[in-house]
Design a protein around this ligand. Structure first.
Ligand SMILES: [Zn+2]
Ligand SMILES: [Zn+2]
Length: 258
C-alpha cells in the first residue's frame, strides 16, 4: 500500500508526503518543522521514514521550512542543480552543504523504491520544477506553480494514478478582485499560476484510465472559492475520476493499493 497526504496547499504553505514500506519522501516544505511534524503525524506516516525532501522552487510557500527541516532532521534536500544561481534566496535557507543534493531536470533520482523525475514549470521563480514520481507500477504527479501547461506535463499527467494539480484562481474573481493590476497580470501570465479552467482543460485531455484521483491544489485564498471550482467541475469536467478540492491550508490523506 502506498500512503500519501497533502499536508497543506495554498499560498500559506505547500507540502506533500508519499510513503511506501519503510521509506517516505516529502515534496516541498512550506511550513515550519513543527507544523510539518504535526501534519505528518496526522497522516499516520512515521516521520522517521522520510528519506529525502524535494523542493519545486524557492517561493516561501514551498521552501520556507527547508533549512530548519534539514538542520534539525539531518535529512537531505534535493534541489535543481542550478539553484545556486539564485544565491540569495537559496543561501538564506541555510541548508547545510552536506545535506544539499542536486537533481538535473529530466534525470530520474532513486530514493528507496521511489523514482523522482523533475520537469520544467513556467513560473516567476528561477529553476522551478514539478515532479513525476513512480513507486512500483504506480505514479504521482505534482504540478503546481506554472503559468503554462506544456506537452511534457500532459504526457506525465496521462501516466499518473494520482495528480496534485494546481487550480489557483477563478478568472472572474481574479479580474474583479482586490489585487493591483500588475499582480493580476503576473498571476494570469505565462510565469504565473494555473486557473480553474486550465486545470479542467488539462484533465479533459485524459482519455486513459490511468488516473484514479485528482486533487485540486494551491487554491488562492483571495481569488478562488471552493464552490465556484466545484460548479465548474460539474459543468465542464469530462474526465470521470475521483476529484477532491483541497481547501486552503487543509490536510488530506489517502492511499493506493498496489
Ligand atoms: Zn506556490
Ligand atoms: Zn510559486
Amino acid at each position: 500500500m502506498i500512503r500519501y497526504a497533502i499536508l497543506g496547499s495554498g499560498s500559506s504553505g505547500n507540502s506533500y508526503i508519499i510513503n511506501y514500506k519503510e521509506s517516505s519522501i516529502l515534496l516541498d516544505a512550506g511550513f515550519s518543522l513543527r507544523q510539518i511534524k504535526e501534519r505528518v503525524a496526522q497522516s499516520e506516516i512515521d516521520f522517521s521514514t522520510i528519506k529525502a525532501l524535494f523542493i519545486t522552487h524557492l517561493h516561501p510557500d514551498h521552501a520556507r521550512g527547508a533549512g530548519v527541516f534539514a538542520r534539525q532532521s539531518g535529512i537531505p534536500v534535493y534541489l535543481h542543480h542550478r539553484i545556486n544561481d539564485t544565491l540569495k534566496a537559496f543561501s538564506s535557507l541555510r541548508i547545510p552543504p552536506h545535506l544539499t543534493q542536486f537533481f538535473h531536470v529530466g534525470k530520474p533520482i532513486k530514493v528507496g523504491d521511489f523514482t523522482i523525475t523533475s520537469f520544467h514549470t513556467r513560473h516567476d521563480s528561477p529553476y522551478s520544477v514539478g515532479f513525476f514520481i513512480t513507486i512500483e507500477h504506480k505514479s504521482f504527479l505534482l504540478l503546481t506553480d506554472t503559468g503554462i501547461v506544456e506537452p511534457k506535463m500532459i504526457e506525465y499527467a496521462h501516466k499518473s494514478n494520482v495528480l496534485f494539480l494546481e487550480a489557483n484562481y477563478d478568472v472572474a474573481m481574479l479580474e474583479n478582485g482586490p489585487y493591483p493590476y500588475q499582480l493580476k497580470r503576473r498571476i494570469q501570465g505565462p510565469l504565473g499560476h494555473l486557473s480553474n479552467n486550465d486545470a479542467i482543460t488539462l484533465l479533459n485531455t485524459m482519455n486513459s484510465t490511468m488516473a484514479e484521483k485528482v486533487y485540486f491544489c494551491h487554491l488562492s485564498k483571495t481569488n478562488n472559492r471552493v464552490d465556484l471550482l466545484d460548479q465548474l467541475i460539474q459543468k465542464e469536467l469530462i474526465w470521470r475520476g475521483e476529484t477532491t478540492i483541497c481547501h486552503h491550508g487543509n490536510f488530506y490523506s489517502s492511499h493506493l493499493d498496489i
